[in-house]
Ligand binder design. Structure first.
Ligand code: F0G
Length: 451
């Protein structure tokens, strides 16, 4: 089966500007005419479908690959290679990304006021975040294009992922991160994977500005999410999710919003699945941001989506501490097409939601928890009905930010005015207890816990 599968050709792709629609553009990240972002299209799909196969043949092929021993079939991204840009197999850098689980969250469903709630846990990727699904495609593209250096600006997860894929692929990597504003675990990852890691005395948006200049002047390949190959890889999470639902779409998919590439990727996947006949109905995609890092929410509410409202971003969910998101137009298109919405949530709401996801034995990093906090608001407003099925996209692993988790449980997360709103968090807090090494003391504690 694997032998036969690897014969099937990947798709021939083209770059198209999302603004002026021009195609056949040089391999850059913005349109040379109107400066808008680029996206990847597959002209051949109109005539013969991806890989020359129908939706039902592809569904079977992709499922069969799950039992293959070939490394690229074992990747939960390259398993779907018919819907990805063509990259020669020897150039593919894979760490067996994707194939992430879907979990049911019954307690969180009850807390939100709905009957069925699922989490697609993208934090279960090799470096602990959803970034791996896009990185395998874009890093492989960099290698086959002959680049020796790759680079990104990051709030921590992109850099961890890029450093890992660069190391596996024999590439050098340069990381720019905001000094003191990313979690230690993420910083330690890029160090361990051997990246040159620079902490710039600015925020994420400042790191992006510096890096954009650097890649203009040096032969370094940019692996930020403006890179359309990353978006293609991230698309596979939605294909995999629908496969896990036996191609019966849920009513809602809820995604955290930072630089807004992930929501764009998921929406592109849904659009393609509908176009190719994999599904007959598209779920609504809604994007949730932290109140302190809410440029998309403000863009929708203040300008009707016409003009980006950049903000000075501030949130403890450092992964999404982004004020000037690159992919805002792509994300808005997804929200409009799927009739989704945007919502914002407070720091206390994020902390409570994160603890609730943790208490289900699953856990996630703070940025991922905005999805549950947002869902609660969307149920209260009537946008999500109690009988509708909802999938939260959990983007990062619990261990990505253990400092946040420890501070939360010790009651040290908030200070000043915010501390007063911490009351509702108390039932979720489980501070570690320090005891004498006495059997009686432990038994006494157990007995009081039982009550
Ligand atoms: N969740 C996590 C855990 C993230 O790391 C990010 C983005 C997002 C959500 C938002 O995704 O940007 O596609 O809207 N992290 C980037 C980084 C920016 O550098 O790691 P988005």
């Amino acid at each position: 089966m694997a032998e036969q599968a690897t014969q099937i050709h990947q798709a021939v792709s083209q770059l198209r500007c999302i603004g002026c629609g021009r195609t056949a553009l040089p391999d850059r990240f913005r349109c040379e005419h109107c400066r808008d972002l680029l996206e990847i299209i597959y002209p051949g799909w109109n005539d013969r479908g991806p890989g020359g196969l129908s939706a039902s043949s592809l569904k079977k092929l992709w499922r069969d690959r799950r039992s293959s021993l070939s490394p690229i079939d074992q990747s939960g991204v390259w398993r779907f290679r018919e819907i990805l840009p063509e990259i020669p197999q020897p150039e593919i850098i894979t760490i067996k990304e994707g194939n992430t689980p879907v979990y049911e969250l019954p307690h969180c469903a009850r807390a939100a006021g709905i009957q069925q709630l699922f989490a697609k846990h993208q934090g279960m990727n090799p470096t602990g975040s959803f970034k791996d699904t896009g990185m395998t495609v874009a890093a492989s593209f960099a290698r086959q294009a002959g680049y020796r250096w790759v680079a990104c600006a990051s709030t921590g997860n992109t850099s961890a992922s890029m450093a890992a894929y660069a190391a596996r692929g024999g590439l050098h990597s340069l990381v720019l991160i905001p000094d003191g504003k990313i979690s230690w675990s993420k910083l330690s990852q890029s160090l361990d994977y051997g990246a040159i890691t620079c902490q710039l005395k600015t925020d994420f948006d400042g790191c992006v500005r510096v890096l954009n200049e650097v890649v203009e002047r040096m032969p370094v390949y940019l692996l930020n999410s403006v890179n359309p190959y990353r978006v293609e890889g991230q698309k596979t999470a939605a294909f995999e999710l629908l496969e896990q639902f036996d191609w019966q779409p849920p009513e809602h998919i809820i995604v955290p919003g930072g630089n807004l590439a992930n929501s764009s990727a998921i929406g592109k996947a849904l659009r393609e699945m509908k176009q190719l006949g994999f599904i007959s109905r598209v779920p609504r995609v809604s994007v949730i941001q932290a109140e302190g890092a809410n440029p998309l929410v403000r863009t929708v509410r203040e300008t009707g989506g016409e003009k980006l409202v950049p903000v000075h971003a501030e949130t403890m969910a450092t992964a999404i501490r982004i004020g000037n998101p690159a992919s805002w137009k792509k994300a808005l298109r997804v929200i409009r097409e799927t009739e989704g919405t945007v919502e914002q949530v407070s720091e206390v709401e994020i902390a409570a939601a994160k603890a609730e996801i943790g208490a289900e034995g699953i856990g996630c990093e703070p940025a991922s928890a905005v999805t549950l906090a947002g869902l609660k608001k969307l149920v209260r407003s009537g946008f999500v009905k109690p009988n509708e099925s909802v999938v939260l996209v959990l983007t990062g692993h619990l261990l990505k930010d253990s400092e946040f988790t420890l501070k939360f449980h010790r009651g040290d997360l908030f200070d000043g005015a915010q501390q007063q709103s911490e009351g509702p968090l108390k039932p979720h807090q489980r501070a570690p207890l320090v005891l004498e090494p006495s059997v009686d003391a432990v038994i006494e504690l157990l007995q009081s816990a039982e009550k």
